[in-house]
Design a protein around this ligand. Sequence first.
Ligand code: SF4
Length: 310
Amino acid sequence: MLIGIRKDGYECLLKDLFSSNPISNELPRVVIDHVINNVRMWDGKPHVTDICIDTREAYLKYRYDYFDDLKSIIRTSFGSLRHASVLNGILSEVKLDSIDLSGSADNIDIRPNGDIFVCDFKFFSSYSVAKHFGIVNTKVSKTDEFGEKTYYKNGKEKTESIKSFTSPSNLYITLQLNIYRKLLSEVIVLPEMKKEIINDGGMIERNIERGKIFDGMEAFLFVTDGGTYMAKSRGIDEMSYLDKNIQEIQYIDSIITKKTQALVEAMKTDAVPPMCKDIYCMDNRYKCQNFCPVRDICEKIGGSLPDKPF
Ligand code: SF4
C-alpha cells in the first residue's frame, strides 16, 4: 500500500503529511488531500486499474508498503482534479461498481444527437503519446535534387525527420475504456443504479430502445511536454490529441475474469505473481525504470522485495 512520498532522498509518510517536512511543505493541500483520499486498500475485489496493469504490479501495490515519487503524485493528482474541473461535473468521474470490480469512468459523454461515448483523459509525456499511436520519428540525411547529402555552412550535415507508424502501444487505455464500457452496460440495466448516475433527460433510455447503448470510446491525450524540442523530435507536434479509434475488445469478459482470479488468488496465497509481461512494461522496461510505483521492491530492475508483506 502507498505509505508515503519520496523526493531527492527525502521521505515523508502519508500520516505525517500535515507535519513540517521538506515534502509536505512543497505540496499544495489539495494534492495532499487527493493522495490521502485515493490510497487504495484491498477489499476483496479488484479496481479497474488493477486489470489494466500486470497482476504482479497490482499485487505488490496492495501487499507491500511503498513510496511514490513526488513528481508522479503531482502528475496523477492534478490529472484527476483537472478531469473534474474540465468537465464541470457533466457525468464525470462516474462511479461504476459491479459485483467483481470497481472503478470510475472519467466521462460518459452524451452528444446532442444522443450518441454516447465513454471517454478517458490522460496527461501523458510525448514519449507515451508516441507509443500510444505507434509513431516513430527517424532522422535521415536531407538530400538535394541529385540525391546528394546537403550541409550547412559550418559543415554540419542537414537532416530531416520522417514520420512512420508501427504497432500502437495503447493496451492500458484500450483495456480501461473497454472495461468501463462493459461496466456501464451492466450498471445501466439496474434501474436503481441508473437513477443514481444518470440524469440525462432520458437519453440513455432512448438509446436502449434503439438497441444501442454506446457509440464509441474516446481517449483525450494531453501532452505534458507538448511544444518542446523533445516532443517534436518524437513526432508529437500537437499539445493534445483525440483518439477516436480505440478498438472494441470482444473478449474483455474473459480478460477481466482471468486477471481478477489471478489477483484474488495471489492475495489469498501470498504467492508473488511472475514478472510483468513486456507489453505492460513499455519497451520491456521503460515503465520499470521510470515510473512504476513499486519498482524499488521489484527485482526486474534490481529492487528487492522486503522479507514479509504487511
Ligand atoms: S517494475 Fe516492471 S516488472 Fe516490476 S512490477 Fe513494475 S512494471 Fe512490473
